[in-house]
Design a protein around this ligand. Structure first.
Ligand code: NDP
Length: 446
């Protein structure tokens, strides 16, 4: 690692000892930047890295709401406004009991680079709460979302900070939050993305991350003499990203044979029946174990880790951070897997990533491969500003072009800077970093 990067990382470790996920993301980013930092000594004089890794602003607040038993509950809400050098802060809101500042800072840091890679004018941010929507009634979710927005509204705006969905925040939650923002501010503005189609949402936003992941994968495979057609695919998770990754992979001729949730996974050698998964997950908000009651060729297994030992050509981790460790990576390689595409943010540990790269597995890093969601959110912002709606096909075409551009930028940076032209991890970090660094240098020290 470059000396300057190494000193910044040591300082970061000393100052944030209890933030492992954040330090993991920062380590990956800073290690990748060596060839660029070696060339640009002016970055050190300008304290560029120290400023890059420190959020511009972190907001933490109390979220009190009343449950169906009449008892008051208190959660903790956050918004990390990380970097606005190239545009308004943009990034999702995660609602999950595991949410803390370490997780939101790792997500925010990755988001800066991801948003830069999209080529659109959006800065990096992330937020959320340790509230768990699972098992709550609609009224309880509404009460939480209204209380959350009653604090958050003063920090966001269509030209300031535009949050979106993430784990636990889907169309229902965005709807309740948007309604509360509008009620308080009296403004119908594009302050959130992932909105319902009837009130300013964009067609294709729901599908965008999963579709975009497959478009990126398709570009990566084509550049390396392969295609998605007739490949066997496993996908972890069964939420927004996983479902639409499954849909697009199937459209591209692949066979998806396994999916999971946080309690277990299903294996269906005949090919997963996505309409059944959609009914269970999107309509009934149920568990994936119910799949086997509807489909006789499916088998259910308790626990998430076993999914990686199913033989496959392509693995798409689309659930959560650090779900794919070295043991899982070894099982994948042993099972014949030749490509991994990160639909989730940082689903692969640093060690597992290194192992996969060393074994020659084509590896599509999340900040490039899952950028289709935020890219389409930026398209939603454009439509809101123009007071205009594009058709599904128009947005899908733009998404496909954006993902091709992201792959090309990533591959170009890998070719220029990395030891191997297929090290897309280094390629994505450098391509994302350079644009933001340039903007920060131009805007003076702040
Ligand atoms: P959802 O909440 O829609 O789905 C998450 C899925 O992951 C669920 O099936 C959930 O299971 C499963 N899951 C959660 N925690 C674990 C765990 N510890 N082990 C195994 N499975 C788990 O979220 P999204 O699909 O929106 O997001 C998934 C990932 O993609 C996240 O990393 C997110 O940051 C990233 N991402 C999302 C984007 C988007 O547009 N939505 C954009 C870019 C990245 P269960 O139902 O049991 O909780």
């Amino acid at each position: 690692m470059n000396d300057y990067a190494s000193r910044v990382l040591e300082d970061l470790k000393a100052r944030n000892p209890y933030e492992p996920e954040f330090l993991q993301a920062a380590t990956e980013m800073l290690s990748s930047l060596t060839p660029v930092l070696d060339k640009h000594s002016e970055y050190e004089r300008a304290g560029l890295l120290e400023r890059f890794v420190e959020p511009e602003r972190v907001i933490s607040f109390r979220v009190a709401w009343v449950d169906d038993q009449g008892k008051t509950q208190v959660n903790r809400g956050y918004r990390v406004q990380y970097n606005s050098a190239i545009g308004p802060y943009k990034g999702g809101l995660r609602l999950h009991p595991s949410v803390n500042l370490s997780i939101l800072k790792f997500l925010g840091l990755e988001q800066i680079l991801k948003n830069s890679l999209t080529g659109q004018p959006i800065g990096g941010g992330k937020g959320g709460s340790d509230f768990d929507p699972k098992g709550k009634s609609d009224r309880e979710v509404m009460a939480f979302c209204q209380s959350f927005m009653t604090e958050l509204y003063r920090h966001i705006g269509a030209y300031v900070d535009v949050p979106a969905g993430d784990i636990g925040t889907g169309a229902r939650e965005i709807g309740y939050m948007y309604g509360q923002y509008k009620r308080i501010k009296g403004l119908n503005e594009g302050v959130l993305t992932g909105k319902g189609i009837s009130y300013g949402g964009s067609l294709t936003r729901k599908e965008a991350t999963g579709y975009g992941l497959c478009y990126f994968m398709d570009n990566m495979l084509t550049a390396n003499g392969r295609t998605m057609n007739e490949q066997t695919v496993i996908i972890s998770g069964s939420g927004n990203v996983s479902i639409y990754a499954c849909e697009k992979a199937t459209e591209l001729g692949a066979k998806v044979v396994a999916m999971s949730d946080s309690t277990g996974y299903i294996h269906d050698p005949q090919g997963v029946q996505l309409d059944v998964i959609k009914q269970i997950k999107e309509v009934e908000r149920g568990r994936i174990s119910e799949y086997v009651r509807h489909v006789s060729s499916g088998k259910y297994f308790e626990g998430c880790a076993g999914i990686w030992s199913i033989p496959c050509d392509i693995a798409l981790p689309c659930a959560t951070q650090n779900e794919l460790d070295t043991k899982a990576a070894k099982a994948l390689v042993q099972g014949g897997c030749f490509a991994v595409g990160e639909g989730a943010n940082m689903p692969t540990t640093l060690e597992a990533t290194e192992y996969l790269l060393a074994k020659g597995v084509l590896f599509a890093p999340g900040k490039a491969a899952n950028a289709g969601g935020v890219a389409t959110s930026a398209l939603e912002m454009s439509q809101n500003s123009m007071r205009h709606n594009w058709t599904f096909e128009e947005v899908d075409r733009k998404l496909r072009d954006i993902m091709r551009n992201i792959f090309e930028k990533t591959a170009e940076a890998a070719k220029t800077y990395a030891d191997s032209p297929t090290n897309y991890v280094i390629g994505a970090n450098i391509a994302g970093f350079l644009k933001v660094a340039d903007a920060m240098m131009a805007q003076g020290i702040y």
